[in-house]
Write a protein that binds this ligand. Structure first.
Ligand code: 8DG
Ligand code: MG
Ligand code: MG
Length: 147
């Protein structure tokens, strides 16, 4: 039988914000966007909510825990140049690190070189393309945070 036609998938990723301008990024080890700096996140599982997915992926990838998240935006990302072409509808949420003493751990070293905090005004390079696209469009994850 023929292989099933490729289909778009849903990813949920999180801007984890600390202080006035720090955001958590990790350098990817992946066939998609290898070595680029990206947000924590992953594939939405069947039956899962966006917030549930973001909280789960953050915990699985960094050990960090957050209580609640906010929806920010959604973007369409087609990776035609990757070895295995893929298409993600990416949902972006944000959260604040509740306990600033929590330190990220690299729990999936086969998928990430390591996590660290970066200043939004001085981001590392290269950024993962879907994130780069947002930065260039002027998107700011710190905007309008209710206190
Ligand atoms: P999983 O098995 O844990 O579910 O997946 P993962 O290994 O954590 O997947 P991922 O590559 O981290 O995330 C899934 C897809 O989400 C990724 O291939 C492309 C899309 N994506 C974006 N922007 C970002 C981003 O900033 N960070 C992450 N991690 N994924 C992103 O479009
Ligand atoms: Mg994951
Ligand atoms: Mg991931």
């Amino acid at each position: 039988p023929a292989a099933p036609a490729p289909a778009p998938r849903v990813a949920v990723v999180l801007f984890l914000l600390k202080g006035k301008s720090s955001v958590l990024l990790g350098r990817r080890r992946s066939s998609i966007g290898d070595s680029t700096f990206a947000l924590p996140g992953g594939n939405l599982e069947f039956g899962e909510g966006f917030e549930e997915c973001a909280i789960r992926e953050l915990k699985e990838e960094t050990g960090l825990e957050v209580q609640r998240t906010e929806f920010l935006t959604v973007t369409n990302n087609v990776f035609v140049e990757s070895p295995k072409p893929s298409h993600y509808v990416t949902v972006f949420l944000r959260a604040r690190l509740d306990d600033p003493n929590q330190v990220p751990r690299n729990i999936e070293p086969e998928k990430c070189h390591g996590w660290d905090w970066y200043d939004w005004g001085d981001l590392p390079s290269p950024l993962f393309w879907p994130l780069e696209k947002m930065v260039r469009s002027g998107f700011n994850p710190f905007a309008n945070i209710p206190s």
